[in-house]
Design a protein around this ligand. Structure first.
Ligand code: SF4
Length: 317
């Protein structure tokens, strides 16, 4: 069942040269107990799509059209107070750099207790017990002792666990994990992903994973949406996606993954367009090795290429 539904979201940024569109008809859904990965290169619009769910957007951003539903509430039209309640309490953000969310001046325990006080209305011994439980759930050793630690006394992986503990402490139903393991080494990466998977299954949490790493997606996600230059160009259940990838950009991303030992990696030539660049037709056409005449003149629509598998490309019309 969908807990978040993003429908045809169009968003632009005001800049000196006027309004520049950054998201084009972005649609995806998050389901309870499932992980949906939004994949693409830097600047493709995946973070801004996710931040739209929290309505945490830069001042220059302007939502042009579309809807975002949480249960049956239209998030984009919620009053500020209602929106504030959703952030943190129902929808929590796990950022790439945990220090953007942790306050270096307060202990981990104080920060957890604050979250529990605001979102669960608990105080004193009861709140303290919940805080320790949350740290234990994310496998912080000697949780009781660690309540007194400051963020700088935690390693990168432990800081990320503390952020996840805060989301658990306020019983968030949706986690938005924005490149949550990019700053961590490979072993810790795997531990954090195992932890997120465990939370997903045990607590029926919906997770939106934002990443550029298709290998991470193949091991963890239930659904995949690939973004390119502000548009979702392919989406499917993860099994179907990795068995039958269709879009030339997806295929190029998969070719650039390390697979067999000694096999040459193929980089995608060229750069994604900047927001200022006006491109006619398919926005991937300057980099596409399958580009046809029509691709330069016309924008492809989304075509169904399999069960719940969509691809925005004229090759699959
Ligand atoms: Fe390539 Fe054309 Fe498909 Fe775009 S529509 S991805 S240019 S084949």
């Amino acid at each position: 069942m969908a807990i978040i539904e993003v429908n045809n979201l169009n968003l632009g940024f005001e800049c000196e040269c006027g309004l520049r569109q950054a998201l084009f008809d972005v649609s995806f859904r998050l389901e309870k107990g499932k992980m949906h990965a939004l994949v693409g290169e830097s600047g493709c619009g995946k973070t801004i799509s996710a931040m739209s769910i929290l309505k945490l957007l830069p001042k220059t951003a302007k939502i042009l059209s579309g809807q975002i539903y949480y249960d049956d509430k239209d998030i984009l039209n919620l009053p500020q107070r209602e929106l504030q309640k959703l952030r943190g309490a129902k929808i929590a953000l796990i950022p790439q750099d945990p220090m953007t969310s942790l306050n270096p001046l307060y202990t981990i325990g104080d920060q957890l207790l604050e979250v529990i006080k605001i979102h669960q209305g608990l105080q004193g011994a009861e709140a303290y017990k919940k805080a320790v439980e949350a740290l234990e759930m994310v496998q912080i050793p000697c949780a009781d002792e660690r309540m007194k630690s400051y963020p700088h006394e935690f390693s990168g992986g432990m800081k990320q666990r503390a952020i996840i503990a805060m989301a658990l402490a306020c019983k968030a139903e949706i986690l938005i994990a924005d490149e949550p393991t990019t700053a961590l080494d490979v072993t810790i990466q795997a531990q954090i992903m195992n932890l997120l998977n465990d939370i997903k299954t045990r607590m029926n949490t919906a997770i939106l994973l934002i990443t550029h790493d298709l290998a991470l997606v193949s091991e963890n996600a239930d659904y995949v949406s690939v973004m390119y230059a502000g548009r979702i160009v392919e989406s499917a259940k993860a099994d179907e996606f990795f068995k039958h990838p269709k879009h030339p950009y997806t295929l190029a991303l998969l070719r650039s993954l390390p697979s067999k030992r000694g096999e040459k990696l193929l980089a995608i030539s060229g750069q994604p367009p900047s927001i200022q660049q006006a491109i006619s037709g398919c926005r991937f056409h300057p980099r596409c090795d399958k580009c046809m005449d029509i691709c330069i003149k016309q924008l492809p629509e989304s075509y169904e290429v399999g069960r719940e598998h969509f691809c925005v490309c004229f090759l699959h019309k």
